[in-house]
Design a protein. Structure first.
Length: 434
């Protein structure tokens, strides 16, 4: 990939952004029309071309004059959610205020600006567009479609404009905005473009206000996902792995009695023991849940971006969601060499695990063989291992056969063009949803 191509595309992107902030869609059409007519040889005689040119110029000039006296001393605050799911619209509230009180909210518009959407040359040169190998030699050499795909990916979705219209309060105005995330991970807004439109809606005049804001986009979750049967899982009484989770309500096994502390439910006071000891005693309950399951996400691949890896993460998130509904989350989540402990089945633990998947990236510095020690150690102590991989090659199949030999129940989820293995067939699930 040539560096001059990168410079061309960078300059073109900046120019297009400036044009977008000066003209509406109608304004661009009218300006292009007037500009094109110059080359057809306009003269002073009244002709159709001259009339169209004159009307276009008159409309654009009138629009520009109507914007000359607008003031732009605004500030704003947005209220973004902490996290959302990919493919689900984010709705949030924005409060716009005028600094001096002289600014007009009439015909005022608001549009978010992505933070640093342009990639570095190193990323541009190393990141291939999905399906790029199917393009012709010229497109592959120029890399325009690669550039456009990276820009769209970094932006994370479509940036719309919203009319600043809503409930006025304390010298400001409160209105609603929305955003449709098209990828997982962290999406950051660098600020917003606040602008007025001309009287005919052809031109824009405004100001960029820096005000960073971000939210986390979780992998797409399939609500219909069903937890597969754990072939080979340890289910006998001696080898079953369980852990105790504290419950505040009744209906579970009584674990012990302890001193009453402020905040404990009065309903759990053990009155008989309290009478004997002379101080309040309360009951502690517990229930046993399966602690043997471990989730392992394989992120050892060389590509900067892999569509198969996105499918793997979506499947892992869907399984986590199904297990959370079943009140039986795995004890550990491995994303490559990084580990996330899941101490209980609470919403906080579930959210932390999903966040780990949302921020997962490929590990180009390590190889799959480097994590075998961790994988085998988990196999010796866990009852079930859920293994997710975008590259189901022979090395991985060999390791999983060894893991199955430990007597550990395994479930294998794989994506891509890999083929099933005869020995591991009953443990495998091919990821085929989009």
């Amino acid at each position: 990939m040539k560096k001059r191509h990168y410079k061309w595309y960078s300059a073109t992107y900046r120019l297009n952004e400036k044009i977008e902030r000066k003209f509406t869609t109608s304004g661009k059409v009218l300006f292009f029309c007037a500009f094109s007519l110059v080359f057809f040889g306009l003269n002073t005689r009244v002709s159709m071309l001259f009339v169209v040119f004159a009307v276009s110029i008159a409309l654009l000039l009138t629009d520009a004059i109507s914007l000359m006296f607008n003031s732009f001393g605004f500030e704003f605050e947005r209220f973004l959610p902490e996290c959302v799911s990919k493919g689900k619209e984010v709705k949030y509230t924005v409060v716009m205020r005028a600094k001096s009180g002289k600014e007009s909210f009439e015909n005022l518009f608001y549009s978010e600006i992505p933070a640093s959407p342009m990639p570095s040359f190193a990323v541009f040169a190393a990141t291939k567009e999905p399906g790029e190998e199917k393009r012709n030699a010229f497109d592959r050499r120029m890399g325009y479609y690669r550039w456009k795909w990276i820009i769209d990916k970094n932006c994370g979705g479509k940036y719309e404009e919203f009319a600043v219209a809503g409930k006025k309060n304390d010298g400001g105005i409160l209105f609603n905005a929305s955003f449709m995330p098209e990828r997982r991970g962290k999406i950051t807004f660098g600020g917003a473009y606040i602008f007025h439109k001309g009287i005919f809606g052809l031109l824009k005049k405004g100001k960029i206000i820096a005000n960073p804001g971000s939210f986390l986009v979780l992998p797409e979750i399939k609500e219909s996902f069903v937890i597969p049967e754990n072939e080979g899982a340890r289910v006998n009484e001696k080898s079953e792995k369980t852990r105790e989770t504290t419950e505040t309500g009744s209906g579970f096994e009584l674990k012990s009695l302890r001193d009453f502390v402020p905040g404990d439910s009065i309903r759990n006071i053990h009155w008989k023991s309290s009478a004997k000891s002379g101080q309040l005693r309360t009951k502690e309950f517990y229930k046993e849940v399966d602690s043997g399951s471990v989730m392992v996400v394989d992120n050892f691949f060389e590509e900067h971006y892999s569509e198969d890896f996105e499918k793997v993460l979506s499947t892992a998130a869907s399984l986590l969601n199904a297990m959370q509904k079943d009140d039986n989350l795995p004890q550990l989540l491995f994303v490559g060499k990084e580990v996330c402990e899941i101490p209980d089945a609470s919403k906080k633990s579930f959210s932390n695990a999903l966040s780990k998947l949302a921020l997962a990236e490929n590990d180009t510095e390590n190889k799959f063989e480097n994590c075998l020690g961790t994988l085998f150690e988990a196999g010796l102590s866990a009852s079930t291992i859920f293994f997710f991989t975008p590259k189901y090659d022979e090395n991985r199949k060999k390791a999983l056969k060894t893991l199955a030999g430990f007597g550990c129940g395994i479930r294998i989820f794989y994506a891509g063009s890999a083929e099933s293995d005869a020995e591991l067939g009953r443990y495998e699930t091919k990821i085929d949803f989009q």
